[in-house]
Design a protein around this ligand. Structure first.
Ligand SMILES: Nc1nc2c(ncn2[C@@H]2O[C@H](COP(=O)(O)OP(=O)(O)OP(=O)(O)O)[C@@H](O)[C@H]2O)c(=O)[nH]1
Length: 616
């Protein structure tokens, strides 16, 4: 009866109310509330029972009649909650905390009254050797000492200094790679970019790139003309070159602030820092320290003793030690929170970098984090995010494979095939690269994105995954860890030792004409019971087939103590004195192995054949 009722309840047809009549009901309790039950994901039998004014036993009974066994602590799914509520005459509404699962998408609206000024977050970019690191180090050394803990600063990926009572946060990874990587992940951390240009060198390719990235991010730029202590330093020339990139100095009627500095000698640094505070004031940076903390990951790593460690930059709200938190897809509680001085902090407000422990996994730079009210919520959100990521990863796992290549080319999804080449010697790597880059099938070409000597590594797999590449190993193999990683990432690894065969394979794949794949099938095993030495022939393996069968023309491998010591072919297979085509389990036979003589009593000879399997 109960069963019949459920089967009439179609998905998406929630308003159709059907009561299961033979369940005990307490009429008066039906009037509880306004007849609408609002529940959250993960609600348990006990919690729901209380909400609808029933005993847990009654709820359990309803579900039992529907064929589900639960206990008072079981979590209910949406369907079950709906059925139970229907049964007792309640409407249901699920509290949507979905938005919290994708908390990076939440538009944070703070009460104007709660907003207070926050320090600017500054990134330093510029061409190689123009002095980014020197500048970061100089500021750190000269300024951090002003704080109460003069000692050595911890490198946690970001640090804060104080200038005339105003704080500035510096991100400690100079260069636009980190900046761009973060931006690619949607993390807009930086409020001001300092572009460092060496006065004796001028605008160089990476200076231009840095300017492009900063402009693309729409972040205010301050230009620091560095190395003015050097002979031949010509700040005016730099201003001219930078103006061509769209950064006209204020004194020339533009709106870009320039500072002449020497990061090495400490000249002009105070002015630069003061400039930053002025630019920050103009930007009117605000945050609400009253809300739960929200921000981004600057660095993540696994510490042997402390477990997952993450440097977080609080972008809004206040993070407190002990807060339940979700970071990327990791979650936990903020166990220990250290500031850039290495001192334990109880709380960290907007624009503060902190290093925390207590997560169940290591997050990645650019991941977002958010603190939650309860650990239950953090866990729920964390787990949902993990699930979503796994699904996404599964999607990625169709990254690139030879099997799929032709279809992707046909559908116009692939204009070129990215390949990573790993070889045993330099000459080979070069030769392989050269041959591959000659491939051109109807305009689709091969792009060798990395070609180096050495075993296939995890870094190769990650690069392949990020750029949808296939890895080709030449006389090199991946170890078990790398294989596992490749499987996880859905990266295809192909192993070859003849260049033209590899080229043929790729060309065939591009044309959608891959030869059928061969799969090895073990036919059987025989145990060597006696080694018979015959001077003319060599060693004959007097054997007993223990399972399956051994065929004269199959491939064989010689196994000693579980280790394959030789792989090859049989030279002969005999039953007594006669040649045999096949010997089955339970029979004795004599075998010789082609070009191999080192056999011992107790060795196993395994036979295998290669069978064609259908390609996916
Ligand atoms: N004379 C002089 N030398 C400087 C100054 N600033 C940096 N240098 C020197 O320039 C060289 C490069 O400085 P770095 O700070 O390493 O440059 P960088 O931009 O961080 O370089 P990468 O990290 O390689 O991108 C070092 O030898 C510094 O000592 C300066 O103001 N004056």
């Amino acid at each position: 009866m109960a069963k019949k009722n459920t089967s009439t309840k179609k998905k998406g047809n929630h308003h159709k109310k059907k009561l299961i009549s033979n369940i005990p009901q307490k009429k008066e309790e039906k009037k509880l509330g306004d007849g609408i039950i609002e529940y959250e994901d993960g609600i348990t039998v006990g919690e729901l029972a209380e909400m609808i004014g029933q005993t847990p036993a009654n709820v359990i009974k309803v579900l039992f009649m529907l064929g589900t066994m639960v206990t008072i602590n079981s979590s209910l799914n949406d369907e079950q909650v709906e059925l139970i509520c229907l049964e007792y005459g309640y409407e249901v509404k699920k509290k949507v905390i979905v938005s919290e699962i994708n908390f990076e998408d939440i538009e944070i609206i703070d009460d104007e009254a709660d907003l207070v000024g926050r320090p600017p977050v500054v990134t330093i970019m510029g061409h190689v050797d123009h002095g980014k690191t020197t500048l970061l180090d100089y500021i750190r050394k000269s300024r951090v000492a002003e704080g109460e803990f003069g000692g050595i600063t911890q490198h946690i990926g970001a640090y804060q200094v104080e200038v005339n009572g105003k704080k500035i946060t510096f991100l400690d990874t100079p260069g636009h790679e980190a900046f761009t990587a973060m931006r690619a992940r949607g993390a807009q951390l930086t409020d001001i970019v300092i572009i460092v240009v060496a006065a004796d060198d001028g605008v160089m390719p990476q200076t231009k790139e840095a300017v492009d990235h900063a402009l693309a991010a729409g972040v205010p730029i301050v230009v620091a003309i560095n190395k003015i202590d050097k002979e031949g330093a010509d700040p005016e020339r730099i201003k001219g070159e930078m103006s061509e990139l769209g950064l006209m100095p204020e004194e020339w009627g533009g709106d870009t602030v320039y500072c002449n500095i020497s990061a090495k000698k400490g000249i002009g640094i105070q002015e630069l820092l003061e400039t930053l505070t002025v630019v920050a004031e103009l930007a009117d940076l605000k945050a609400n320290p009253k809300r739960y903390a929200y921000g981004s990951v600057v660095e993540g790593r696994l510490d042997k003793g402390r477990g997952p460690v993450a440097t977080l930059l609080v972008q809004n709200g206040t993070l407190r030690a002990g807060d339940p938190i979700v970071v990327g897809t990791a979650f936990g509680r903020v166990r220990q929170m250290l500031g850039d001085h290495g001192k334990e902090l109880k709380e960290a407000g907007p624009s503060t970098p902190v290093e925390i422990t207590g997560l169940n996994d290591v997050p990645v730079a650019g991941d977002k984090f958010m603190a939650f009210e309860t650990e239950k919520m953090a866990r729920h959100v964390g787990e949902e995010r993990q699930k979503a990521k796994q699904e996404q990863d599964r999607g990625v796992s169709s990254a690139m494979s030879l099997d799929d290549l032709f279809n992707q080319i046909k559908e116009g999804q692939v204009a070129h095939l990215n390949i990573i080449v790993k070889a045993d010697v330099n000459g080979t790597a070069e030769a392989v690269k050269g041959s591959l880059e000659k491939i051109d099938i109807d305009g689709v070409r091969v792009n060798v994105i990395r070609s180096t000597v050495g075993a296939i590594s995890e870094s190769d797999v990650l690069l392949a995954s990020a750029s949808k590449a296939i890895i080709y190993g030449f006389n090199v193999r991946p170890d078990a860890n790398v294989r596992r990683k490749a499987e996880e990432e859905g990266v295809e690894i192909r192993l070859h030792n003849i260049i033209y065969k590899m080229v043929e394979e790729i060309e065939a794949a591009m044309r959608g004409m891959l030869a059928p794949e061969l799969e090895e099938v073990v036919t059987g095993q025989a145990e060597i019971r006696q080694v018979i030495k015959v001077s003319k022939i060599g060693n004959i393996a007097g054997s007993y087939v223990t399972d399956g069968y051994i065929r004269r023309d199959c491939g064989i491998r010689l196994i000693r103590d579980g280790v394959v010591i030789y792989e090859g072919k049989l030279a002969s297979l005999k039953r007594f004195k006669d040649d045999a085509k096949e010997v089955s389990a339970g029979y004795e036979c004599g075998m010789t192995i082609e070009n191999y003589n080192d056999i011992k009593e107790g060795d196993i000879i395994e036979g295998f054949i290669m069978e064609e399997v259908e390609r996916k």
